[in-house]
Design a protein around this ligand. Structure first.
Ligand SMILES: CC(C)(COP(=O)(O)OP(=O)(O)OC[C@H]1O[C@@H](n2cnc3c(N)ncnc32)[C@H](O)[C@@H]1OP(=O)(O)O)[C@@H](O)C(=O)NCCC(=O)NCCS
Length: 329
């Protein structure tokens, strides 16, 4: 019996906007302190998108770099998956807008809405499309402009979020390397704890809706924190079980970068020591779907994920959604 083909990541790229907000900047905006932000989150700076640029621009920039890294021409792309909760418009999809900017006209394109877990959902979908033979070259992009939906009068959320994008190119694997497993989970009962209610059709952009600040992120941070610790830990344990691996087999843990304490707790659940955990949230804050592909690109370029190294990816986000994957490079 022929074995099911595997997919692998053949190129990565990022787009980091030039604007910067530091903890000190927030001290002038809301009642907070550099010390509180560092202690409670681990964050120091976040990048903010320039006026006149949009999520699709970050997607395009990151995707072009990932294709160059993979030595592939844009015409070879036959599927574009964009994970985002901050798309340019209600529709068309941000992936279609990015497709036009890229000139990737041999591809289909669609968006994935799974919040901070969206990039791993994209990897799982890209892997399935390649394994089934439906697609040959899939671009998976995680991209966010969270600054545009952040309430800069709410100290409990505004210090957390930043903008950016990361992209990977996936193709069929040539053997034992590639995506070894993926795990996806959701629980809609927790939807109210982390939401932007005013960007859909339930609340139209009326004066009342704007007065209630419904177009901004609202989060019950403490409750989200507790669920994130449990569920991201669960995602890590489940993917180890599925791939019949242990924490010892993982060379690098790359999680969604929302909070240092959540990352530490996940690493402990998976028995992965701190020296094998990748952290960059001090430089970017929480960039939702973009955080893992940005970290992945940095880890590869820093030489921490060379040939045959094993990475575990794990995420948790609004929905709630949570997800994990194990990839051999
Ligand atoms: C947001 C988060 C950092 C807050 O940390 P926390 O330790 O849970 O803090 P709490 O929300 O319990 O608030 C503790 C106190 O700090 C205050 N506080 C909140 N934000 C503050 C800020 N920026 N500066 C100073 N004080 C702040 C609160 O008002 C509260 O004060 P009180 O005790 O007088 O009521 C944390 O809950 C978190 O990371 N949540 C999860 C985020 C996440 O995982 N998201 C995943 C999907 S994106």
């Amino acid at each position: 019996m022929a074995s099911i083909p595997r997919s692998m990541i053949v190129g990565t790229g990022v787009s980091i906007p030039s604007g910067i907000l530091t903890n000190k900047d927030f001290e002038k905006m809301v009642d907070t302190s550099d010390e509180w932000i560092r202690e409670r989150t681990g964050m120091e700076i976040r990048h903010i998108i320039e006026d006149g640029r949009y999520t699709s621009d970050l997607c395009t920039d990151a995707a072009q770099k990932a294709l160059a890294d993979a030595h592939l021409h844009v015409e070879e792309v036959d599927m574009i998956l964009v994970a985002t909760v901050t798309g340019d418009m209600g529709f068309p999809s941000t992936s279609c807008i990015a497709q036009e900017k890229l000139g990737a006209f041999n591809s289909a394109a669609m968006d994935i809405s799974a919040a901070c877990s969206g990039f791993i959902y994209g990897i799982a979908l890209g892997d399935a499309l390649i394994a089934s033979g439906k697609n040959k070259t899939v671009l998976v992009i995680g991209a966010e402009t969270l600054s545009r939906i952040t309430d800069y009068t709410d100290r409990s959320t505004c210090v957390l979020f930043g903008d950016g994008a990361g992209a990977v190119v996936m193709q069929a694997s040539d053997g034992e390397r590639g995506v070894l497993g993926t795990y996806l989970k959701s629980d809609g009962r927790f939807g109210d704890l982390l939401r932007v209610e005013g960007l859909g059709t339930r609340y139209l952009p009326t004066h009342d809706s704007l007065d209630h600040r419904r177009h901004f992120i609202k989060m019950e941070g403490n409750k989200v924190f507790k669920e994130a610790v449990t569920s991201m830990g669960d995602a890590a344990v489940q993917i180890l079980k599925q791939t019949q691996m242990t924490g010892d087999d993982v060379d690098l843990l790359i999680t969604h970068q929302a909070n240092l304490r959540i990352i530490d707790a996940t690493a402990k659940r998976a028995n992965i020591p701190p020296e094998r955990v990748f952290i960059n949230l001090e430089k970017y804050g929480n960039t939702s779907a973009a955080s893992i592909p940005i970290a992945l690109d940095e880890a590869i370029k820093a030489g921490r994920l060379g040939m045959d190294k094993v990475a575990m990816l794990a995420a948790f986000g609004s929905g709630f959604t949570w997800a994990s994957a194990i990839v051999r490079f």
